[in-house]
Design a protein around this ligand. Structure first.
Ligand SMILES: NC(=O)c1ccc[n+]([C@@H]2O[C@H](COP(=O)([O-])OP(=O)(O)OC[C@H]3O[C@@H](n4cnc5c(N)ncnc54)[C@H](OP(=O)(O)O)[C@@H]3O)[C@@H](O)[C@H]2O)c1
Length: 333
């Protein structure tokens, strides 16, 4: 590996967290048995929070964000991982407590490393990244609870985002009727290309106010909710009998208004999704599924590549909900 290399480092200066491209050396990398030359990381909503000091995600500065990384192993002290292996890491403490993927190299514990499946290119692995992994977790959680394509439509919220785009594409490919809610009036064609057959606005799927009725017309067999907040309030009231709501995100807020009534009268299920601490055996199963039967057919349309220099603008845009699909970060570029 190179002695010094480029990284996007965020630091706290006078209570403001700001990032810049600087040079790091191997000695500054995190502890771990495996060093990876990063071909791609990606930009997730959580990365933008981490890079701007929001959400209490980063505890120590200076810090290198990037909760995803994929590339080739250049050093290994682990018998399970060899130099030259094509690997990926998502979640755990990557880009949170440990330096993440926005650098030419990342060092991680061997226990975090997943061998990139042979049927996924490194580009495809990061086009999926935490977002695609989470979308697959949502689908599998709904299916474990009995959701099947013939039971009715599935609503994906925040649909043009990273998790949302992959969820729309994977669900449609699996034969589900997919409805997508979006705040982007100019991206309906994109969502239809990914497989959505019905598009709703953010307002259509948001409920606020003190006098909310506990039940509205049962409409959705399931949902992948990346928004939370007033959208989750809507979903709880409109999930159809036995409906499964896979809740993974909070871009619309932490709090939601709801009653026990939909659970008692419609037997709905609210399924919490956590990709970060997902156990390794299940993690590997999900990556194998993403590399085979769950592989989204339109990853090329979903993902674009940016460089470390593009990060400040991209971070501001994702916090404003303006990014479409997935942004891969190429630290070597
Ligand atoms: N639980 C887990 O393990 C896990 C894993 C991955 C992600 N997440 C969470 O899932 C969420 C989505 O992540 P992501 O990386 O896909 O983010 P993203 O790419 O920024 O997508 C979020 C999408 O939500 C919509 N949106 C943005 N602000 C909104 C608002 N104020 N109200 C309603 N909708 C809004 C936008 O889509 P439209 O314009 O189409 O509406 C936006 O593109 C985040 O909260 C993230 O932290 C959780």
């Amino acid at each position: 590996m190179k002695e010094t290399f480029a990284a996007y480092v965020v630091d706290k200066k006078a209570e403001r967290v700001e990032g810049e491209i600087t040079t790091l050396s191997a000695a500054q990398l995190a502890a771990g048995e495996v060093t990876i030359a990063v071909a791609y990381s990606s930009l997730n909503y959580k990365d933008a929070l981490a890079a701007t000091g929001q959400g209490g995600i980063v505890r120590h500065y200076p810090h290198v964000p990037g909760i995803d990384a994929a590339g080739t192993v250049v050093e290994s002290q682990s018998p399970d991982v060899a130099v030259g292996d094509r690997v990926l890491v998502t979640g755990y403490d990557l880009g949170v407590g440990a330096f993440g993927g926005y650098a030419e190299y990342v060092r991680v514990p061997a226990a975090w490393v997943v061998q990139t499946p042979a049927t996924l290119t490194t580009f495809e692995a990061m086009a999926l990244g935490t977002a695609g992994f989470t979308a697959a977790m949502c689908l599998l959680a709904m299916e474990r609870n009995g959701t099947r394509p013939d039971q009715g439509p599935i609503l994906v919220t925040g649909a043009t985002g990273g998790v949302g785009s992959v969820a729309v594409n994977v669900l449609a490919q699996q034969g589900y009727t997919v409805a997508a809610s979006t705040g982007k009036a100019d991206q309906h064609d994109y969502l239809r290309q990914l497989g959505a057959s019905q598009i709703l606005s953010r307002e259509d799927v948001s409920l606020t106010g003190e006098r909310l009725r506990p039940l509205l017309k049962g409409t959705w067999a399931g949902a992948v909710d990346t928004v939370g907040g007033a959208t989750l309030s809507y979903l709880l009231r409109t999930a159809d009998y036995g409906g499964n709501i896979a809740l993974c995100g909070l871009v619309g807020g932490h709090d939601f208004a709801g009653t026990v009534i939909p659970f008692l009268l419609r037997g709905i299920n609210l399924l919490g999704i956590d990709s970060v601490a997902c156990p390794m055996a299940y993690r590997q199963t999900i990556w194998q599924r993403l590399a085979t039967d769950l592989k989204p057919p339109h990853l090329d349309q979903i993902a674009q590549v940016i460089t470390l220099r593009d990060l400040p603008g991209a971070i501001a845009a994702i916090l404003q909900g303006q990014i479409k699909g997935r942004l891969l970060v190429a630290p070597q570029a």
